[in-house]
Write a protein that binds this ligand. Structure first.
Ligand SMILES: Cc1cc2nc3c(=O)[nH]c(=O)nc-3n(C[C@H](O)[C@H](O)[C@H](O)COP(=O)(O)OP(=O)(O)OC[C@H]3O[C@@H](n4cnc5c(N)ncnc54)[C@H](O)[C@@H]3O)c2cc1C
Length: 424
């Protein structure tokens, strides 16, 4: 068949919006193409840096269904009335202006043999390198009695957007004396300190509304959790009697939840008629990565620690929450840092650009109460076949209030900085 511009357009099924997908490769144009799936911290950063640093020499396509991205990071601050929803929601216009071609739909599958992404509309999008940053999927069957159909009744809000707003509305409606039950997730999961910062913000809102007889009970499958001493000290100091954390030895296992009656049953106690149940289930890499056989038995995707390249397919890089990043936690900061390494390595492979040894960084700040922020973080590198910490730091209990205020300023500055870095 004669391939001309018209058949390409028709074949794309696309009346193709702003660009003709597939055309450059098929027409033999010189630019090599990098397709990125997922426009979160990993994917958006990779797309921006690939387009910016290759100065137009690469064809960079970002596939992401959403036109606006609401960050999970600082969504707890939205719950706590420290930020508006608009302040945690961002568009892709600026990275498009840097030469990233946006395609707002789901990628349906990856044909690894042909090096093509099959988009939801059926269009096949060839790539020279593929970057995958699809985030997490929730394991809807990991909490007995709960499933996807119950996420409106017992919200998770672990993927930001409507769920975040729903949890906020439900939180604001909790009466004085009401009980919030939070089901915390097992490791490994997105944002290790996230559930506990969330509990702090819930307590903050209740306290601000004078509902100090309300209670937040955290049912945790883990024996310990991130920044535990710091959170527990903060809860004691600011919200006495309001936050109760129960590890597995105390609650004796989560038996079931009943969305009809808002009941949570553990081996130790039954919480009936809870004012709010926040179920944060177990997690795994996004479907597109699992379907492409890029994940191992853990449900996450193994990568080469010195490049972020999949250990399973040398043409694919995997970033952020979907990958197994050794000692790096699953965070937006980590995903952003990993994306810069991957972008550098891809430019090295496709354009012969100079590369440097991979260096990664992460810090997770958590707001406990106004002006009191704690942090944990580190610098990371490839060592002995994994990403390992070369240095770490963590806030200390009993710290000076000024230091915590300084952390709060860092947290604000970091959010503005990473948003400018990802979407700016
Ligand atoms: C409550 C909470 C608080 C947090 N706080 C912090 C914090 O303070 N600091 C921090 O650094 N991190 C924080 N995090 C973690 C952070 O949000 C995640 O680690 C980060 O978003 C991961 O980025 P990602 O690019 O891997 O995935 P995501 O942010 O999930 O982005 C993935 C994107 O891929 C898209 N996608 C998925 N599948 C497809 C497909 N098939 N086709 C096309 N697109 C697809 C999705 O639409 C999504 O936009 C927090 C998380 C939560 C839940």
């Amino acid at each position: 068949m004669l391939i001309n511009r018209r058949t390409l357009l028709r074949g794309s099924g696309a009346a193709a919006g702003v660009f003709v997908l597939g055309a450059p490769a098929l027409l033999g144009q010189a630019r090599q193409r990098v397709v990125i799936i997922g426009g979160g911290p990993g994917g958006a950063t990779a797309a921006k840096y690939l387009a910016k640093d290759s100065e137009g020499k690469l064809d960079v396509v970002l596939v992401e269904p959403k036109k606006q991205f609401t960050t999970c990071f600082h969504s707890n601050l939205f719950l706590g009335d420290f930020k508006s929803f608009d302040e945690i929601t961002h568009g892709y216009e600026k990275i498009a202006a840097q030469g990233v071609r946006m395609n707002h739909q789901m990628a349906g599958s990856i044909d690894r043999d042909k090096k093509e992404v099959v988009l939801a509309d059926g269009l096949r999008l060839p790539y020279d390198r593929l970057v995958l940053s699809p985030g997490i999927d929730l394991k809807y069957d990991s909490v007995p009695g709960w499933s996807q159909q119950h996420e409106e009744t017992m919200p998770h809000a672990w993927q930001a957007g409507d769920q975040t707003r729903l949890l906020k509305a439900r939180l604001d409606a909790v009466p004085d004396g009401g009980t919030i039950v939070m089901i915390a997730p097992p490791n490994p999961y997105r944002c290790p300190p996230g559930p506990y910062e969330r509990a702090s913000m819930m307590a903050h809102v209740l306290k601000a509304k004078g509902r100090t007889k309300a209670k937040i009970v955290i049912i945790d499958p883990k024996e310990t959790f991130s920044k535990q001493g710091l959170f527990q000290e903060g809860w004691e100091k600011y919200y006495p009697g309001m936050v109760e954390w129960l590890g597995p030895k105390v609650h004796d296992g989560l038996k079931s939840v009943d969305p009809k009656t808002n009941t949570v049953e553990t081996g130790f106690e039954t919480y009936k008629n809870a004012a709010l149940v926040n179920v944060i289930p177990a997690q795994m890499a996004g479907k597109i990565a699992r379907d492409a056989q890029l994940a191992n038995q853990s449900g996450y995707c193994p990568i080469q620690p010195d490049s972020m390249k999949s250990t399973i397919d040398p043409n694919i890089y995997i970033l952020g929450d979907a990958c197994i990043a050794g000692e790096m936690p699953k965070s937006g900061f980590s995903a952003n840092s990993q994306a810069k390494v991957a972008a550098m390595m891809i430019r090295g492979e496709l354009l012969g650009a100079r590369t440097f040894p991979a260096r990664y960084a992460n810090t997770c700040w958590s707001l406990i109460e106004t002006g009191d922020v704690v942090k944990v973080g580190g610098a990371y590198e490839a060592k002995e076949g994994a990403i390992k910490a070369s240095s770490t730091f963590v806030s200390k209990t009993g710290e000076d209030a000024d230091l915590r205020k300084q952390n709060a300023q860092e947290n604000t500055g970091w959010y503005a900085g990473i948003i400018a870095d990802m979407f700016g």
